[in-house]
Write a protein of this length. Sequence first.
Lengths: 596, 182
Amino acid sequence: MTAHQTIEVQQDVISGAEIVVRALLDQGVDVLFGYPGGAVLPIYDALFAEPKLRHILVRHEQGATHAAEGYARSTGKPGVVLVTSGPGATNAVTGIVDALMDSIPLIVITGQVATHLIGTDAFQECDTIGITRPCTKHNYLVKSVDDLPRILHEAFHIATSGRPGPVVIDIPKDVQFAKGRYQGPKEVVHAHNYQPRTKGDPGRIAEAAALIAKARRPILYTGGGVINAGPRASALLRELAALTGAPVTSTLMGLGAFPASDKQWLGMVGMHGSFEANNAMHDCDVMVAIGARFDDRVTGRLDAFAPTSRKIHIDVDASSIGKNVRADIGIVGDAASVLEDLIAVWKQRGYQADKAASADWWREIDAWRARDSFRYRPDAKLIKPQHAIQRLYELTRGHDVYITTEVGQHQMWAAQFFHFEEPNRWMTSGGLGTMGYGLPAAVGVQIAHPDSLVIDIAGDASVQMTMQEMSTAVQHDLPIKIFILNNEWMGMVRQWQQLLHGERYSHSYSASLPDFVKLAEAYGGVGFRAEHPDELDDKIREMIAVKKPVIFDCRVTKEENCFPMIPSGKAHNEMIMAEEARDLGSIIDDAGKGLV
Amino acid sequence: MTDAQPASVYDLAHKEEAESLATFACLVDNEPGVLHRVVGLFAARGYNIESLTVAETDRNAHTSRITIVTRGTLQVLGQIEAQLQKMVSMRHVQDVSRDPNGLERELALVKVRGAGPDRVEALRVSEIFRAKVIDTTHESFVFELTGAPSKIDRFCDLMRPLGLVEVSRTGVLSIQRGVEAL
């Protein structure tokens, strides 16, 4: 080797930590959410010298993962997390599982103790790979710096393609220090045979088009997969709906893919979905499931689920098809690609929806709509939680709004009363149902959309699970609005105890709540409190005007329940309306009580 | 279409559907933890493993072959195949038991203790099954036997009254007849 060549080679040799930073930049990453610690210090050292990568310091690693989820969900790009070994990794696990359940692309880089210490119960050592194996799409322990560039680029490919999900890369500290050669995304040779299928089978798509064309009572049942497939999928969904005249409903995760203002929109389906959506699902003759996975919260009782329907199931994950509900036509593929092909077949064959049948179908649906299933009894003296969300929705119209939520009653009310016209505007924890998701998710959304109005619709119990991230919002000047529907209860737990457990309210009352206004001030944010319906609008307007993190303590009626409701173990057409809900305990049988 | 909806964990009153055995031959990337991924999938989703064999089969290509015998309804077996296929480390999955060209073999080591006529009979039976005697003392034999799992089951049944004391089985291995490779 000549002297000249030696110099060239040396220039290419950088530390593992620097390889991580370069790979992130080459993957188009501009922000990461993290928390430093001993086993990840070399990477933090490399970040210190890199102005192009913005690091958002959180207050707890769970916050980092949810913030990355919010960032990913609102941008369509992968979220990146950097945490240390041991407790850093274990704290991140909740967010990792959340991302797996809701198909959110995350890259989670965890520090690990040095290779020679692995297995010795070293300080802050844990079996991160073992712990995260069942809760990631894939994970890696990097044993040599030579593997690092390939693994980093492969991880991005895996996290973002097919059904998206979290990928953990566990990097021992000595590998972060070790010198190696960097390779760019185009240079690395992927070690895996991983090639997710995105294009649907043309034969099945043609069958599906023919089946929809013959349908007399069709319904489009859409999910988070439409949003994950990008804005084009949402546009194609609108086109399919217009061509077929079919009503559209969606899962909690799919809200926004179809505009709520469209007259073909039925509202959300499922346990707390609308009466018209659930009855239309029950009575349809052809169901087109697009990027939705027939979750138990959607289907209710399986043997009574849409009993007269033939089902077309479009999903990028082959294992979703036929998992809970048998599909007559299963199509494995990306929602955008399959919708495009489906629409092409529809047009090419000159299919037309049956106008007379469609009119009859819509007459039935309109009758269900007339039940006005989200109706609640207004109150002149106390703020009803539904009313609070309606006012929040009305007063934020015209703003560039992103909504996150925690988990519970407020989440369902937000899904019912806040309406979305566009995808990527609604961030919620659907599959895992993680209380504490909304605040850090709002942090991530606000980072991605600094000038937008980002609101976490929260409950008083949920928000306390990750309240420390208020500090993150203040540090990074993120004017998120935490809008707490404060009823002093774990509302959904209280509701179930009232309706199913003989009003025995076991440990569901939030005693010793903090003064949320003072708490906001203690963090360096701004606090508001609304206690009377008359002051609500003004306070919301003030909140919107504030360019700082806000905690809004909205005192709502304490014992409001979330309706309508499909009781556990019941079918879609057995929904309970608010006025019928006096004694749910006698409606649900013992088997139903065993269900979650 | 009259097929019943598959039961879920939420469907407490589902009727029992007929279960059958299936043998999945899986070609996986030979990397640390890959067996745990496969076994973890079965454990997490409540699928049974009746037998499991695993070994590296191609050092240069970094592949191992895992053969899993499992039991379930047709719907569950379809799910298992789809879930296996979904794993990033998975190169290929095949349900060998549903393939008319599938071959399945298992190896067993069987220890039989006894004396007198039973000992003579054990040796005679082993010859019928083409088992090999790989160890003997005055009071025992160790037989080596290969064949379909059902053949090994039958051999053990016959040996039991003749003094069978210990059985060690590899679990099922599989391959396809003909020129095609997995």
